[in-house]
Design a protein around this ligand. Sequence first.
Ligand SMILES: Cc1ncc(COP(=O)(O)O)c(C=O)c1O
Length: 477
Amino acid sequence: MSHHFPLEPDRATMAEMGGLVLDHVMDFITELTDRPTSNPVGPAATAGLVADFLAAPPEQAGNLKELLGRLGLAADCALETAGPGYLAYVPGGGLYTSALAEFYTLAVNRYGSMAFTAPALVALEESVLRWIAQDVSGLPPGSSGLLTTGGSMANFSALVTARHTHLGEDFGAGTVYVTPFANHSLTKAARLAGIRERNIRVVPCTDDLRMDVEAAAALIQSDRAAGLRPFLLIGSAGTTHTGTVDPLSAMASLAQQENLWFHVDAAYGGFFGLTERGRRRLAGMEQADSVALDPHKTLFLPFGTGALAVRDPARLFAAHEGTGDYLQDVGSSGGLPNYAHLGPELTHEVRGLRVWLPLHLHGVSAFRCALNEKLDLAELVYDKLACVPSLELPWRPDLSTVVFRIRPHDSSATAVAEADEATRRLLDRVNATGRVLLSSTVVGGRQTIRMCIVIHRTHSDRVAEAVELIIAEALKN
Ligand SMILES: Cc1ncc(COP(=O)(O)O)c(C=O)c1O
């Protein structure tokens, strides 16, 4: 059959192809620990590979073994975003079992966005969403949401829902409140949702980098007095800069008092709600109207899975519902959600399986343990680095992100500029080892290095190595 219909390989061919891919992937994963953190092929080979891969597809059939060989080169020509040394930005390691689930999902190719087409698989996705909304975020029974491709899309749908709920169609006077440390996907979402840029209010923070709730209250009142329509207060459950959690309980009270939608961007921090420490530090998240979480960050999933949890799914539906005559044959959803009506996409795959399979296979406790390990590691790093006189660690980590920089010799502008330069040098030198990759940000005008411990493959040995490398470099100052 495969001779006549090459798009339909027979069983033996499928087994052979599957075996080749599986072998290739297992080699890749078992070698992750020893791979360098940044592009081992170098700039010249990168340029060649990039040019090769821009080529159009051939007319004739290729050979899978050869193609996998080429793919291996492409995967090498990259930051090692899946390995234990990747501590930059907000990482996502990628669980093997989630990749297996995704293979299954794509192979059976069920339609995931209308419940009547695959009700049990939609129920499976719904179980994941209820778990994320209720067990992880702490929202009440009845809460659920939508699986998205990432935190940005979750923030976007939250924004659209808040706008629709509070302002209806005339939203020109609507104002939104964020801190300077809100992820840029939030201000982008506000713009995409039609909110005027000048109506995105940046509320100052207190010295500990958390929203100044009194300043927010004053701003909301003065905006209202000026005829504007405040409708949305946004808090971060772990900022991308420093992993800081905003005062969510006080913000929830303010939102309630002022009749605003309260959205929490927990794309980085939300899943720490599975741990006792995390739950304490995220207190107030359970009072939100909506919460964005990223399984592809702190649930260790491969890139491509975000989640929006909402207190009242009817609001999500009201903001996103859409239909057409060609959908007249759609059957009853049997009490399940039609995800096509809860977000911007009509078609989406059964997105839940890549979360469901790892949860059912490993059990929730495996995730709780791994998250506790990351919190412990961050505390350890903080304690060790805080003992180094040439380093400055102004903020103890709320979650698994540790930030530090070189301490200026005095408070003069020259000394601060020198310290900033030394901080950049330290970052470059530590990263040049190829054992760990850190990234940086700017806080209060100062160059600041971040170590974000999120990869499930990162354990105490690699973190201890990172600490040694940092201390060795810091001592040169
Ligand atoms: C706090 C926070 N919110 C939102 C996002 C955006 O999420 P995504 O990259 O999944 O779209 C990020 C990404 O790092 C983040 O750290």
